[in-house]
Design a protein around this ligand. Structure first.
Ligand SMILES: Nc1ncnc2c1ncn2[C@@H]1O[C@H](COP(=O)(O)OP(=O)(O)OP(=O)(O)O)[C@@H](O)[C@H]1O
Ligand SMILES: [Mg+2]
Length: 636
């Protein structure tokens, strides 16, 4: 019955889960859609940012180029070049200055250095660039700025530079050759900041090369400016990372140049296209990562920074709404499942309880317990069925009582007239009571007597089987000597055995003692023996009776060489009123009750009965009887 319950509950759960799956699916699709649109719009933001950075750098380059054309620059370089031109060994001079420059300790500024830091041009570059604060960011944009003459020697500088000679530097040569050189993001030791170094070739009015200007552009300031110009939400985290995985800027607290190359979002974007977005699953949160690389590289040359915008999905307004919705759906789903389960259980109880009761009732009625009590509640087909079943039980009980009464009545009624018949037959057999009979009369009286006895035994069997049915048989236990019992049963049928010339053998060694109901064991043995006597052939018939004491019972074996029992009938011989339909059986007569009674008695006496037979070769009946009454229950 649990089956029905589980089915009902499962159907409930299935339907609710379908709803839940549908809801979750909608939310997920919605969430994906929103993620896409948030991703797209953030990508625009990242592009904006990248463009602001690029244009920031670009504007600064323009500023620097413009500055390189000013009188003060042109004049100073012209003068320096002219002066250097006078030297016999220009390179020798530069080398000499360079070696004293680089061997001077960091904290010391020599008068020569000082002259380059405090000349008019140096004052001017400090005023116009290094010390000039961008009002937007309240930071200065240039960390350092200096100019060299056409020979690569410093002419003016905003602060102390690490060396004097620059023409041996790549950027210097590159600027001289290409007009401009722009570095990747790099950490500048002298200004202790991250910078993009820009080298600009300076030419005079006629386009002749006169020197190089170098400016260290503060990356932070440029990005900050871009950041201010870009509208983004507080929850948005803007990062600038280099292609090789170093963090150079973040709107959240960060360590400059921190190596983030092993972080999952970086490995994803590193292998990604120019720009894009994806959801990065972290342990406790999900983040939407949007990134773009600079695009306008013709102007800026080789740039290696990537703008990475991260949104904590839980904090992006609409996305978090979606997440909350999902959470709500999960919570409500859980509640719905619990409710569905509850309803399912109640429903299933309503459905299965009556069926459980019905099954119980049917079983009890099957066991002939017609008084089985069950309560019926409510209406419905099953309740109706239970009611009908109960009514049926009541009717069956009534019918059984009627049957019982009928059998007691009929057996009594049949027995009563038999008593005088048998009595008078006996009287007729005695010449002293009713006179001598002629041989023919004597034969007739004998036939009457024999049949009356037979009738009496059939009535006795009927009564027995009826009593066994109603558990009304009472047993009287006393000590039984099995060998004596067997011999006495055989003796009772001496006449029949002799007339058919049956060879009876007994194999039972004294003493085999049992505590059991002697009369009932005798009845069983008699029934089987009488069958054997009837089913063996005259002259050749053999019956072998054996009793053997086993562990806690006695095994009886009655073997004959009679007709045997067909295999298909073997299971039926112990049923009431069952007889194998043969000419011999018809001659044998009887009601087909003997073995049924035997089985019931043996069982009640704590034993078992069974038969082995081969058609045409005979039958062997076995039965056991418990040795002591207390073993009866054990062996059942
Ligand atoms: N020794 C046997 N050999 C062959 N068939 C047998 C033997 N014992 C029983 N049977 C078959 O089993 C049937 C049932 O036997 P059972 O003793 O129950 O009934 P019965 O002898 O026919 O009638 P009852 O014993 O009530 O007078 C018999 O009618 C017979 O067909
Ligand atoms: Mg019989």
């Amino acid at each position: 019955m649990i089956g029905i319950r589980i089915i009902v509950i499962s159907i409930f759960l299935l339907i609710t889960s379908l709803f839940i799956v549908q809801a979750m699916y909608s939310v997920t699709v919605g969430q994906d859609f929103i993620q896409q649109s948030v991703g797209q719009s953030s990508l625009l933001l990242a592009e904006d940012m990248a463009k602001f950075i690029e244009s920031g750098v670009y504007i600064k380059i323009n500023d620097l180029t413009d500055y390189s054309k000013t009188d003060i620059v042109q004049k100073a370089l012209l003068e320096s070049n002219r002066e250097f031109g006078k030297f016999e060994d220009i390179q020798g001079y530069i080398d000499l200055q360079e070696s004293t420059w680089t061997s001077t300790p960091d904290e010391i500024i020599t008068p020569f250095m000082q002259s380059l830091i405090s000349n008019d041009l140096a004052e001017d570059i400090r005023k116009n660039f290094v010390e000039k604060i961008n009002p937007k960011t309240s930071q200065s944009v240039f960390a350092e700025l200096f100019l060299t003459n056409e020979y690569g020697a410093n002419v003016a500088q905003s602060g102390k530079t690490t060396d004097y000679r620059q023409d041996d530097e790549d950027w210097w040569q590159k600027a001289k050759a290409n007009g401009i050189s722009i570095s990747k993001t790099e950490y500048d030791e002298s200004t202790k900041t991250d910078v993009i170094s820009i080298g600009i070739k300076i030419t005079d009015e006629d386009g002749n090369f006169v020197g190089v200007l170098k400016a260290a552009l503060s990356v932070r300031s440029i990005i900050r400016e871009a950041e201010i110009s870009t509208q983004y939400e507080d929850t948005t985290q803007v990062n600038i990372v280099t292609e090789d995985g170093h963090l150079v800027y973040s709107t959240k607290a960060f360590r400059f140049n921190e190596n983030i190359s092993d972080q999952s979002f970086f490995t994803k974007l590193q292998s990604g296209p120019q720009q894009g977005f994806f959801v990065n699953d972290k342990k406790f949160k999900k983040e939407l990562v949007v990134y773009t690389r600079p695009s306008n590289l013709e102007v800026l040359g080789e740039q290696d920074w990537i703008v990475v915008i991260k949104h904590d999905i839980g904090e992006v307004g609409i996305l978090s709404g979606m997440l909350a919705l999902r959470e709500n759906i999960i919570i409500t789903s859980a509640i719905i499942v619990v409710i569905a389960l509850g309803i399912g259980i109640i429903f299933s109880r309503d459905i299965s309880n009556p069926i459980i009761k019905l099954t119980y009732l049917a079983k009890e009625i099957g066991k002939e317990n017609f008084d089985a009590e069950i309560t019926i509640k409510g209406r419905g087909e099953i309740t109706e069925l239970i009611k009908n079943m109960k009514d049926m039980g009541t009717k069956l009980k009534k019918a059984k009582i009627q049957k019982e009464e009928f059998i007691s009545m009929i057996t009594h009624e049949l027995k009563t007239p038999l008593t005088p018949i048998i009595g008078f037959c006996q009287a007729l057999g005695n010449p002293e009571i009713l006179g001598t009979l002629t041989p023919k009369q004597k034969d007739a009286v004998e036939i009457i007597s024999k049949n009356a006895n037979r009738l009496q035994s059939i009535i006795g069997d009927l009564l027995d089987s009826h009593r066994l049915d109603f558990h009304k048989i009472k047993f009287n236990f006393n000590e039984v000597n099995v060998v004596e019992l067997i011999n006495s049963v055989i003796n009772n049928y001496e006449k029949e055995i002799e007339s058919k010339k049956i060879q009876v053998t007994v194999d039972a060694k004294s003493p085999i003692l049992l505590t059991t109901d002697k009369q009932r064991v005798e009845q069983v043995l008699t029934n089987i023996l009488v069958n054997s006597i009837d089913f063996v052939a005259t002259d050749t018939g053999k019956i072998f009776v054996k009793a053997k004491l086993q562990k806690d019972n006695v095994l009886f074996t009655i073997q004959d060489n009679g007709t045997g029992i067909p295999p298909e009938e073997i299971d039926r011989v112990f049923d009431s009123f069952s007889q194998i339909d043969t000419a011999l059986t018809r001659k044998h007569g009887g009601a087909g009750l003997g073995l049924a009674i035997c089985k019931a008695l043996v069982t009640k006496l704590g034993g078992k009965i069974w038969v082995e037979s081969q058609l045409g070769k005979g039958a062997t009946f076995y039965f056991t009887i418990a040795q002591q009454p207390e073993q009866m229950d054990k062996s059942k």
